[in-house]
Structure formats: structure tokens, C-alpha cells
Ligand binder design. Structure first.
Ligand code: MG
Length: 230
């Protein structure tokens, strides 16, 4: 980083750092079967970018079960039990360029990396542990804190204050994610929004939501690097 500029990178997980495309949805589908005896495809609800609790509530509602914290918690507990095996069997990997970028930023002074994700904390740990990148993140704003993604941005800034003793202004923060919900959440805290088309949304779709920048992928680290500046 140039001079003394300090920045905070807030990373989304699914569709951004990795594609647990098979594992995540399948773990939810198996959990529904085990907990409620229901068979349904996760694709029948609008899940990308939603928090895990919001997904659980949407599934319960669709299936006509009572939408409450206890049912959602039971579903998510079962999801967490299914997830590790599925991350293995689906061979979930980091998205191209991600490992290199995390390492590059990790070595740079003035760059702080953390998570801003719809995953619950344990799910995040399992996914990131699986691809071996957990240690790069100083803290995480997880879905355990709020069912609403837009709350998680403020929570992340709060954690930065508490854990790092730093008060980042919007201009020092970069929210990196693959869905319109990530863009919206980043704008909510006045951060730069970096949209990456490695999830369910194309460059064109993401551009409609007017992020600060849209990248095809992170395979070429120069895209993100150039936007952030040296
Ligand atoms: Mg995502």
C-alpha cells in the first residue's frame, strides 16, 4: 500500500473464495430430509447471497413447517453435520486466483482481511478449513449475528474497531462478493463494492446493480489489485 493507507478487505465466501456449488446445497437438501423427511431442491428458492438462517426460514416456509428459530437451528445443525463429507466428496476447491491473492494481501502491510458472509460461523470454518485459508482472516461477520446481510457490514466495522482498534471509513473498505446482495450490503456501509462473476451472476447482471467494479473472475489478480491501487 502506498504511504500509510490502511484498508480492510471484506470477503464473501460462496461463489467468491470458493464454489461449494455441490456441497452447500446438497448439505441443506440432506438436512431437510433427515430433520423433516422432505425432499426439495435448494434451487427452488432464491438462495445465492442469502444468510444461512434466511435460507433455512425460506425452506421451512416453502415446505409448510413452522418458521421459527428452533426449526431453523435444527436444520442448520444437521446441515453442519453433512457439510464436511460433501466438501470432500464434491472436491470443493478455491476459485482460480484466490489462494494467490489472499497470500499477496496477507504479506502487504496496511491490508487487513476479514469475512463478510451469509454463512454461519461453523459453516465458514468448515468451508475455509477445507481449502486451507482460514488463517488469512482476522475476524468474520457471520450469519449468526443477523439474518439480514445488510446488518453484517456494520457488524464487520464494529468488529474491526473491537478486534483491531481501527475505525475504517467507507473509502478504506472493499466488500468483495458474487451477488447483488453483496453489492447492496457494501453500499449500505459506503464501502467500495467489488463484484466477481464467479457465482450465479454474470458480469452483465452484476453491472446492473452498479458496483464500484465488476470482475469476470479473480484468476488474474491484476484486476482487483489495479482497482485497489498499489
Ligand atoms: Mg456469495
Amino acid at each position: 500500500m502506498e504511504g500509510n493507507r490502511e484498508i480492510l478487505l471484506l470477503w464473501d465466501i460462496d461463489g467468491t473464495l470458493l464454489s461449494a456449488e455441490g456441497a452447500g446445497p446438497q448439505a441443506f437438501e440432506r438436512a431437510l430430509w433427515l430433520q423433516f423427511g422432505e425432499r426439495i431442491q435448494l434451487s427452488s428458492i432464491d438462495w445465492p447471497g442469502s444468510t444461512d438462517f434466511a435460507i433455512a426460514y425460506a425452506l421451512l416456509e416453502k415446505l409448510g413447517w413452522e418458521v421459527n428459530r428452533k426449526n431453523a437451528r435444527n436444520l442448520l445443525d444437521s446441515y453442519l453435520e453433512e457439510l464436511p463429507g460433501l466438501l470432500e466428496s464434491t472436491r470443493t476447491k478455491a476459485n482460480p486466483g484466490v489462494l494467490e491473492l489472499l497470500e499477496v494481501f496477507d504479506r502487504e502491510s496496511g491490508v487487513y482481511q476479514a469475512l463478510l458472509t451469509g454463512n454461519i460461523q461453523r459453516g465458514s470454518q468448515l468451508k475455509l478449513g477445507h481449502i486451507g485459508v482460514e488463517h488469512y482472516f482476522l475476524f468474520g461477520a457471520y450469519a449468526d449475528y443477523s439474518d439480514h446481510r445488510n446488518d453484517l457490514g456494520f457488524h464487520a466495522l464494529d468488529l474491526a474497531r473491537k478486534r483491531l482498534g481501527k475505525d475504517f471509513s467507507g473509502d478504506q473498505v472493499y466488500v468483495i462478493g458474487d451477488t447483488p446482495k453483496d453489492i447492496e450490503c457494501g453500499k449500505h456501509i459506503g464501502a467500495h463494492t467489488v463484484a466477481v462473476a464467479t457465482g450465479h451472476h454474470s458480469v452483465k447482471e452484476l453491472a446492473k446493480h452498479q458496483p464500484s467494479v465488476v470482475l469476470e473472475s479473480l484468476a488474474d489478480p491484476r484486476g482487483l489489485r489495479a482497482y485497489i491501487g498499489d
